[in-house]
Design a protein around this ligand. Structure first.
Ligand code: PGA
Length: 255
């Protein structure tokens, strides 16, 4: 069994209101023992980070944002800097999610700048990569994912690479109910770890957590969690229900 501590993060996206977010966080705290050995992270909409952070106070559940800007301050209307996220209690930030790559035009170069800024501010970036259905069907998965990992993490020191989390999220599996098979996911996770080994060292790559994301549910998580290079999950839809989120976290918990 690898020594990597499993990590499961809930990406709430643009869902839940303040009261619902507070209640979900409080439930996660109350039932945290159900998945004691899994690192847990909740990523609410930015406007609720303070509220959810307060509900998590005193627990070891981490608070994460869904995005951050790459500059520390300035005239960037509507944006939030990594240091501001740290200021409200964040320890993590999701970067380069496929929805942001597609809807907001975030390129690997942009994700790279954001990743560097987040690390400099002391956050743990959860850097997302993944191919579209068209790319998979054209046999380009390896190329696409390798390019995204190399581009998003270019120029990072091995020390920084060791701190971050990579999330492999095939775009065709996000919010579609279509999950990658455990073998498909494992193959890409192993590829990502090989590339991390080239960018840092194999020993460092062996310590980096790689999450799978895309329609992870309590009834499909067990086989994913059993794969040697799948170290946790980035969960969208199922993270909005405490029962489902905790069941997924439990599936990754080490005995
Ligand atoms: P999903 O989303 O679990 O709803 O497929 C995952 C994600 O986008 O992080």
């Amino acid at each position: 069994m690898p020594a990597r501590p499993p990590i499961v993060a809930g990406n709430w996206k643009m869902n839940l209101d303040r009261a619902q977010g507070r209640a979900l966080a409080a439930t996660a705290v109350a039932r945290r023992h159900e998945a004691a050995s899994t690192e847990l992270v909740l990523c609410p909409p930015a406007v609720y980070l303070d509220t959810v952070g307060a509900a998590l106070a005193g627990s070891d559940i981490g608070l994460g944002a869904q995005n951050a800007h790459d500059k520390p301050s300035g005239a960037f209307t509507g944006e939030v800097a990594s240091a501001m996220l740290v200021d409200v209690g964040c320890r993590y930030v999701i970067l380069g999610h496929s929805e942001r790559r597609t809807l907001c035009g975030e390129t690997d170069a942009v994700v790279n700048q954001k990743t560097k800024a987040a690390l400099a501010a002391g956050l743990v970036p959860i850097v997302c990569v993944g191919e579209t259905l068209e790319e998979r069907e054209a046999g380009r998965t390896t190329d696409v994912v390798a390019t995204q990992v190399r581009g998003s993490l270019a120029g990072l020191s091995p020390e920084h690479i060791e701190k971050l989390v990579v999330a492999y999220e095939p775009v065709w599996a996000i919010g579609t109910g279509k999950v990658a098979t455990p073998a498909q996911a494992q193959e890409v996770h192993a590829l990502i770890r090989r590339i991390l080994g080239e960018l840092a060292t194999p020993a460092v790559a062996n310590r980096v957590r790689i999450q799978y994301g895309g329609s992870v549910k309590p009834d499909n998580v067990a086989d994913l969690a059993a794969q040697p290079d799948i170290d946790g999950a980035l969960v969208g839809g199922a993270s909005l229900k405490a029962d489902d989120f905790l069941a997924i976290a439990k599936a990754f918990a080490r005995a």
